[in-house]
Design a protein around this ligand. Structure first.
Ligand SMILES: *Cc1c(COP(=O)(O)O)cnc(C)c1O
Length: 366
């Protein structure tokens, strides 16, 4: 068959091991997944109440234009309805943008380590991938600017960055956006927007009006706790959205996902509560790292990337045997580190005491 050359040797996304599999393999009664930055508090009780009485007719196709959710999000953000594009998670938005703007002969600029899907989708389209190493765990925007040339089509700013949790502050971002040529799309992936508490990180929505080449991506998968429903949205200039919309699959959300996202959006008290608890949880990890002299990146998200001074894969496996699924830094271009989703207070306590045990076993400290 006439496969795209770039498909050869490519691997499908490697998710964390499913909880059921880990239970069976290690004979565990309980397994806690702190690997994919899902909300440990679940989702709004209002969504739960709705689902219990739900009578959605699943035989009918959803509204491809997502009109009801579109109105709700547009009102929530105070943007025009035509400035929004909905995706089957922001993963879908990344694929749509890539499909529309990348092809052999153009290039795309991104940080490394950063979210793997920018590179993956770019490779499928046969575009050149230019990865710019983080500097002190943060996007090196000057080096990213230097990597942009007349063949650059998209530049990605993952803000906060996955897997480091670090942010680009508003002043740095403004300066960067001003300097990027106007024919290069700047994607601001803000999957963890709701968790940020730094005063230096400001709302970026105004940029889409001032700079028609800026596109923001947000999702219901992380703080809203609706990862299984697959809803993400992009906010941009109406012209960009109109160009991207035909690339979208006709029914890329479900009827039910539209309904629950609207309900979740209305419960901002739930988001605030999760954010407060997340801040407390973050302190548990920073205290642990301080106590043991381990480097930890300053996170503005619901996960932390920190040093273990041991083989990350070994720590990953040892923690899995003890009932915790996390991400090894080796899978995130961060050897010697692990990425852990901040869980509930109890989960964090248990995780950290078991990690201490493992690191003593590994001879990292006594
Ligand atoms: C989780 C994540 C996504 C994907 O989220 P979905 O909306 O579930 O597809 C996108 N970008 C970053 C940085 C993420 O961490």
């Amino acid at each position: 068959m006439k496969w795209k050359q770039q498909i050869f040797g490519m691997k499908a996304y490697q998710p964390g091991k499913p909880m059921e599999e880990v239970k069976k393999e290690f004979g565990l009664e309980e397994v806690v997944k702190l690997a994919s930055n899902e909300n440990p508090y679940g989702f709004s009780p209002k969504v739960k109440a709705f689902l219990n009485g739900d009578d959605t007719n699943h035989a009918i196709y959803p509204d491809g234009y997502a009109q009801n959710l579109r109105t709700a999000v547009a009102n929530h953000l105070n943007v025009a309805e035509k400035q929004l594009l909905f995706g089957n998670g922001s993963d879908d938005l990344i694929a749509i943008v890539t499909r529309a703007l990348l092809y052999p002969g153009v290039n795309t600029v991104m940080a490394t380590p950063s979210f793997s899907q920018y590179q993956h989708n770019a490779e499928i389209e046969g575009a050149e991938v230019r990865q710019v190493p983080l500097k002190d765990g943060k996007h090196d925007l000057d080096a990213m600017l230097a990597a942009i040339d007349e063949k650059t089509s998209i530049v990605w700013v993952c803000n906060p960055n996955n897997p480091t949790g670090t942010i680009v502050n508003d002043e740095e971002l403004q300066n960067f956006i001003e300097k990027v040529p106007s024919d290069v799309l700047i994607v601001l992936d803000e999957a963890y927007f709701e968790y940020v508490n730094s005063p230096e990180y400001k709302d970026t929505l105004h940029y889409v009006n001032e700079y028609p080449n800026v596109l923001i991506m947000r999702t219901f998968s992380k703080a809203y706790g609706l990862a299984s429903f697959r809803v993400g949205y992009a906010i941009g200039n109406e012209g960009i959205i109109a160009k991207l919309d035909p690339v979208r699959a006709p029914f890329n959300n479900t009827v039910l996902s539209h309904k629950v996202a609207i309900i979740a959006l209305q419960d901002q008290a739930f988001i605030e509560e999760c954010k407060t608890k997340n801040e407390e949880g973050k302190k548990q990890y920073s205290a642990f790292c301080e106590k043991h002299g381990l480097n930890i990146y300053p996170s503005q998200t619901n996960f932390v990337l920190f040093e273990v001074k041991a083989d990350s894969d070994v720590v990953f496996t040892e923690m899995m045997k003890r009932g915790f699924i996390i991400r090894s830094g080796n899978a995130l271009s961060s050897p010697g580190y692990i990425r852990v989703t901040i869980g509930t207070e109890e989960q964090n306590d248990k995780f950290l005491s078991l990690l201490e045990e493992v690191l003593i076993e590994q001879g990292v400290f006594a």
